[in-house]
Design a protein around this ligand. Structure first.
Ligand SMILES: [Ca+2]
Ligand SMILES: [Ca+2]
Length: 332
């Protein structure tokens, strides 16, 4: 018995041993920019090695193909049953440039990227899905990653039961939004995710009950994704959704900023020194969508934003590259 206890003690002190996967809910505006897809590919690679478990994907882009495309990507990576929820009456109703890949067919009529969720119309509403997922999780065990508009998470706060579940079950929110350092000499850069649904962003910044770590516009810009990777590293399979989508969105030689991937990297690997954190403080969202950070002395204040030294930016870029191109499966 003593020997067994010793062994358990030893194992639990080994770095990474028996580590629980980070349980993620990924809230995305899939289809508006290809960096959401880079982020989802990373999550699947991390999931395959046990670093995280994707509990659900919820979508803030209000177009029916977004959910179908997310299901196609999840299926491509071997996770066909990941729950998907969608916004109703949300923003960004245009089709976007690459969600149409969900409907793309081979010469024989089969789907290029198989999936069984054909449309967001068949998916549950996001707030209800998040509530039901959270209700089944251990307290403080869920990390939420938000890389699109603030609509779904702000609506969670309108529902007293959902809000209580967030406070109880969610440990932190890692989100891409806003700008916290000067961008092209502009100190009030109006970032897209905030600008599209400003009232929701104001509400979330004010009322979300857990710690929030913001990846500002400047972070993804400083660690842009090298386009050569798209051309050279995804050819292990005849068709790859990331390669197809990148070409449809903005083809090489364009280097896409890694806005959304940085929020995933921090969410799953917060202790690896990829980023530094600002002091604690409060982010407020102004009526035009500007995000202002005010440091405070109060330890209870729950907002921080990511910062990155140049050598960290180089490491972040390479981590995003290697995690997003890791093969979905062994192909022969
Ligand atoms: Ca499915
Ligand atoms: Ca996004």
């Amino acid at each position: 018995m003593m020997r067994l206890l010793f062994l358990i003690g030893l194992l639990s002190t080994m770095p990474g041993a028996l580590a629980e996967p980070v349980r993620l809910i990924f809230d995305t505006d899939m289809g508006n920019d290809v960096d959401d897809l880079i982020a989802l590919c990373m999550i699947h690679s991390l999931q395959k090695r046990g670093a995280c478990e994707l509990l659900a994907v919820t979508i803030t882009k209000d177009h029916p193909q977004a959910a179908a495309f997310v299901d196609a990507v999840n299926t491509f990576y071997g996770y066909p049953d990941t729950p998907i929820g969608v916004v109703r009456g949300g923003a960004a109703r245009e089709a976007g440039k690459f969600n149409l890949l969900a409907d793309k067919r081979n010469a024989d009529g089969s789907f290029r990227y198989p999936h069984d969720l054909m449309s967001g119309d068949q998916a549950p509403e996001a707030v209800e899905l998040i509530k039901s997922i959270l209700s089944r999780q251990a307290d403080g065990s869920v990390v939420v990653v938000q890389v699109g508009f603030f609509t779904n998470l702000a609506r969670l706060l309108d529902d007293a039961e959902a809000r209580a579940l967030v406070a109880k079950k969610v440990s932190r929110l890692s989100l891409m939004g806003g700008a916290f350092q000067t961008v092209n000499a502009d100190t009030r850069y109006l970032e897209y995710n905030v600008k599209v649904d400003i009232p929701a962003a104001q509400k979330l910044a004010r009322d979300w009950p857990t710690p929030m770590v913001w990846s500002g516009y400047e972070i993804g810009i400083a660690a842009s994704f090298p386009h050569t990777v798209i051309e050279e590293d995804l050819n292990y399979t005849a068709h790859h959704p990331l390669k197809d989508a990148y070409y449809l969105y903005n083809p090489p030689p364009h280097d896409r900023p890694t806005w959304d991937p940085t929020s995933v990297l921090y969410a799953v690997m917060p202790e690896r020194g990829y980023f530094e954190l600002s002091p604690r403080g409060i982010v407020t969202v102004e009526s035009d969508g500007a995000t202002l950070f005010r440091p405070t002395k109060d330890d209870k204040d729950r907002h921080r934003f990511l910062t990155m030294r140049p050598e960290q930016a180089a490491r972040v870029r390479e981590a995003v590259v290697q995690l997003s191109v890791e093969p979905a499966r062994v192909t022969k």
